[in-house]
Write a protein that binds this ligand. Structure first.
Ligand code: HPA
Length: 277
């Protein structure tokens, strides 16, 4: 097997995607567990299966469609990842973040990252939406570790504002106008795939986290390395408080996320309408 660099893989994949999707998209969206419907609302949409794109790993979680969908919202050209790659699936951090580098290569500078999370505070309630204001990386790895070349972005990316303040302000304004509840959360990313123990939830609370999940942070790190503006938005699918932890299942997470989908779709659609890119 040839040992291609990240640069080779990104350029191969981006060249392939660019020939299929014209004009070039300006905004990228990654849809998390149960939130895939938004991709079906695009106008003039076309899609590619991940399995057809050079160097894309194949999505294994069967709730995820595993498609790259291109189309328009309010005349703005979007690229949507319907389903993402997870670290717990056994891929490297570099592999799960390859699509973010491809998006950058296509000209995307604004990125919306969504996921399903567990709320670990009383106020972080299942069935609602949350903005990620900041994160704590507890995945034990980073996609930025490894040989460096300028193509990747900065060697030592600044993380003083990982999630764009102006995009967050806009999201709050839109949520307010649409009557959608949108809270602010500090998000802890863990590798999973097991859900947390009560002691782990207590630890996450002490660390200052409000929510916990198994994705987003690797994508944020790569996007920030490249200087992209990020909006992080979570569907709170369950609540884990150490003193009261009912068992949770992935099906439950997925089903609750689906219930939040209409609000999520309305919020993102209106946000895109108002965004300047
Ligand atoms: N923990 C970790 N990941 C999750 C959870 C959770 O409670 N809910 C959805 N994704």
């Amino acid at each position: 097997m040839t040992n291609l660099t990240i640069k080779n893989k990104v350029l191969d994949a981006a060249t392939f995607v660019a020939t299929q999707f014209d004009p070039a998209p300006k905004i990228g969206i990654v849809l998390g567990t149960g939130l895939g419907d938004l991709a079906d609302t695009l106008v003039n949409s076309r899609h590619l299966l991940y399995s057809d794109i050079p160097h894309f790993p194949e999505s294994t979680v069967h709730f995820h469609a595993g498609r790259l969908v291109c189309g328009e919202v309010s005349g703005k050209h979007m690229l949507i990842m319907q389903g993402r790659f997870h670290y717990y699936e056994g891929y490297s951090m570099q592999d799960i973040t390859l699509p973010i580098r491809v998006m950058y290569q296509l000209g995307i500078r604004t990125l919306i990252l969504s996921n399903a999370v567990g709320g670990i505070r009383e106020r972080v309630r299942p069935g609602t939406l949350a903005l990620i204001t900041d994160h704590i990386n507890l995945m034990g790895d980073s996609p930025l570790i490894g040989p460096y070349e300028e193509f990747l972005g900065l060697r030592f990316p600044d993380m003083s504002q990982p999630y764009s303040k102006s995009l967050r302000n806009l999201a709050h304004q839109v949520a307010h106008d649409l009557g959608i509840t949108l809270i602010d959360t500090i998000y802890a990313a863990v590798s999973g795939p097991s859900f947390e123990t009560p002691a782990e939830i207590r630890m996450l609370q002490i660390l200052g986290a409000d929510s916990v999940g198994m994705s987003v942070v690797p994508e944020t790190l790569v996007a920030r390395q490249l200087g992209m503006s990020i909006l992080g938005i979570s569907a709170i699918t369950d609540q884990a408080l150490p003193e009261n932890m009912p068992p949770i299942t992935h099906e439950q997470v997925s089903q609750t996320a689906k219930k939040i989908t209409p609000d999520f779709n309305r919020l993102i659609t209106e946000l895109i309408k108002r965004i300047t890119v």
